[in-house]
Design a protein around this ligand. Structure first.
Ligand SMILES: [Mg+2]
Length: 121
């Protein structure tokens, strides 16, 4: 089963997303900061990273750019998972290098389908 790394500084968001995906059979890893997500991605080689945008110290955008620039992780798709839904945000984030855009709050009844679709690419 696919390995998913979820990154969010909000532990409730992190647990909800992790629980939903685990119930549907994904292998889930979690990180609560951009820095931690980079270490975990290098070591665990997930099939997909779901990245929060607004985090202290290192934003999701910064973390994605580090993953993208590292030969050990540049092959891993990084989807942004964000409550940022202003007009133009999706296009801007995709242009900055995220492989996909998912909205928070997640819909627990559909979230696993969305993630599976990203894995099929
Ligand atoms: Mg956040």
């Amino acid at each position: 089963m696919a390995k998913i790394l979820i990154v969010d500084d909000n532990l409730l968001n992190l647990e909800l997303a992790a629980d939903v995906l685990e119930l549907d059979g994904f292998e889930v890893m979690t990180a609560s900061s951009g820095r931690q997500s980079i270490e975990m991605a290098v070591q665990m080689q997930p099939d997909l990273v779901l990245m929060d945008l607004r985090m202290p110290e290192m934003s999701g955008l910064e973390a994605m750019l580090v993953l993208d620039a590292n030969a050990a992780t540049s092959h891993i798709p990084v989807a942004v998972l964000t409550a940022s839904a202003m007009k133009g945000d999706e296009e801007r984030l995709l242009n900055s290098g995220f492989s996909a855009y998912l909205q928070k709050p997640i819909d627990p009844s559909n979230f696993s389908n969305q993630v599976a679709a990203l894995l099929e690419g």
